[in-house]
Structures are given as C-alpha cells and as structure tokens.
Design a protein around this ligand. Structure first.
Ligand code: NAD
Length: 260
C-alpha cells in the first residue's frame, strides 16, 4: 500500500514510534528512524517487519530539542530516499511534578521535544509535500491533548498545543493532498509509562501488576492498555485513501478516558 513512499518517524527507537515504524514498513514504506537508546535493535525490528515488502531503513540521531539537528534530519531523509511523504511526530518525554515544584529546565525540555520539534519538522517537510500534492502528517499527541491531569503541566500544555498546531496545518493545506491529524492515546505500556508505574508501586508499596491496575483504574474505563501495534494500524488508516478527507482530527484511542 505504501510502496515508494518514505516515512520519517521521530522517536522511533522505542515504544509507540517503533510500533508505528514497523506498521509503515510492513506496508512497504521506506523508514527513517530517529531517537536514542538501542538503535540496532530498533533497526532490526523495523527491517524484519518490512522484509516481505522490501522496505529500506535509515537512521538519524537528531536531538529533537535542536533546530539545526531537525533541519539536518530532514536533509538526511531526502538524501537517503528522495523525499519525506509521511511525517510522524512522535518523540516525547514526560515529567511529573506540581507546578510550584516543576524544574524550569524540565518544562523547557518537555515543550521543546513534545511541541516545538513538530513545528520545525512540519515547517521543513511541508514545501515538498505541497509540491507533490500528497503528504501525511500524523502528530502523536495524547489524551492529554484533550483533557488535563494533575502534575503534568508541561506535558498537557505541549499536547494541547500540538492538537492546535495539527488543526492549523490541516486548515492551511485543506484544499491540497496534504493532510494533518493527531492521535490521542490513553495509557500505552511503554518505557515512558513504566516509569510512572514504578513510581506508583514505590509510593503505595504495590506490586508491578497492582500498580498497573491502579494507574488504569484512575483514568481508563476499559482497564486496558492500548498497544503500539494498535496505534500503528491507526496511522495506516490516516495514510490510506479512505482518510483523504480526514483533516485536523484529534483521534483518541483511550479506552473511554476522554468520554468521562
Ligand atoms: P518512549 O519513551 O518509549 O519513546 C520515546 C521515544 O522518543 C524514544 O525513541 C526516545 O529515544 C525518543 N526521544 C526522546 N527524547 C528525544 C529527543 N530529544 N530527540 C529525539 N528523540 C527523542 O515513549 P512512548 O510512550 O512510546 O511515547 C511516544 C509518544 O507517545 C510521545 O509523544 C508520548 O507523549 C506519546 N504518548 C504516550 C502514551 C503512553 O501511554 N505511553 C500515551 C499518550 C501519548
């Protein structure tokens, strides 16, 4: 379905981004990976997912806090595969503290990675998408782009911000073949969330399993984590012809969290 297309997925060495990169590779898209940590493991998982479809995989280690790195990432992607047709803004970090205790540098980092980086990737990716009259921008927001939670000021501000940015980019390109949408997951059991599970277990003296149940019970009526694989399938829908006129949506996959 996506043979001949190139997808850049930021923060794709782990968790949701890795799941999305695998789903896109399975459909034949060439993939540019980005992120920190175990790059080789991520690369082989995405290569394996895309093997039958002969998808190619490249990697760039841009720090999404740095504008020069982001511009270099886009140049590198074009040099590897000719262009970027699908841009998934997924890189994200979290910090949990009340506003009065929130370290200023953590605020700046969360806003830079979770929001400002997407402005820069879109800014540099859009001209080529507009010339080709085809492009898909998918911003990985969060249910926290729709509702708030205590102790997550920077994250909630960044995620509400990226939902707003999504709408504006969708409107600016509404008469073209370039669409922009956001996805809004509830809990997904990735390293980012495992840290919060560990904090709950330590705070309440709970087992890992009971801490997960507590986390889910507080917010997610389905009592189930979504998976990177399910989110990958949602991204494939946005890339499909059926989604040609889905523009500026903030699509939740949150087990009923935002329905309450
Ligand atoms: P994760 O920690 O597993 O993955 C985050 C990825 O971002 C990693 O590849 C990491 O290396 C990369 N990254 C972090 N800082 C970076 C930087 N400065 N430059 C480049 N890459 C950087 O987390 P995840 O849960 O998979 O989160 C992915 C996205 O999904 C985030 O935007 C997050 O806010 C969002 N999200 C997660 C959940 C959840 O429950 N896990 C829910 C809603 C939204």
């Amino acid at each position: 379905m996506l043979k001949g297309k190139t997808a850049l997925v930021t923060g794709s060495t782990s968790g949701i981004g890795l799941g999305i990169a695998q789903a896109l590779a399975r459909q034949g898209a060439n993939i540019v990976l980005n992120g920190f940590g175990d790059v080789d493991a991520a690369r082989s998982q995405v290569l394996a997912a895309g093997e039958a479809a002969a998808a190619r995989v490249a990697y760039h280690g841009a720090d999404m806090c740095r504008v020069a790195d982001i511009e270099d990432l886009m140049k590198y992607s074009v040099s590897q595969f000719g262009r970027v047709d699908i841009l998934v803004n997924n890189a994200g970090i979290q910090h949990v503290a009340n506003v009065e205790d929130f370290p200023v540098e953590r605020w700046d980092a969360v806003i830079a990675v979770n929001l400002t980086s997407a402005f820069h990737t879109c800014r540099v990716a859009l001209p080529a998408m507009q010339s080709a009259n085809w492009g898909r921008i998918i911003n990985v927001a969060s249910v926290h782009g729709l509702v708030g939670s205590a102790q997550k000021s920077a994250y909630v501000a960044a995620k509400h911000g990226i939902v707003g940015l999504t709408k504006v980019i969708a409107l600016e390109n509404a008469t073209t073949g370039v669409t922009c949408n956001a996805i809004c997951p509830g809990w997904v059991l990735t390293p980012l969330v495992q840290k919060q599970v560990d904090a709950k277990a330590a705070e309440h003296g709970l087992s890992d399993e009971d801490a997960k149940k507590l986390l889910l019970r507080e917010k997610e009526p389905s009592m189930q984590f979504s998976t990177p694989e399910e989110l990958g399938e949602l991204v494939l829908f946005f890339c499909s012809p059926a989604a040609n006129n889905v523009r500026g949506a903030a699509w939740n996959m949150d087990g009923g969290w935002a329905a309450q």
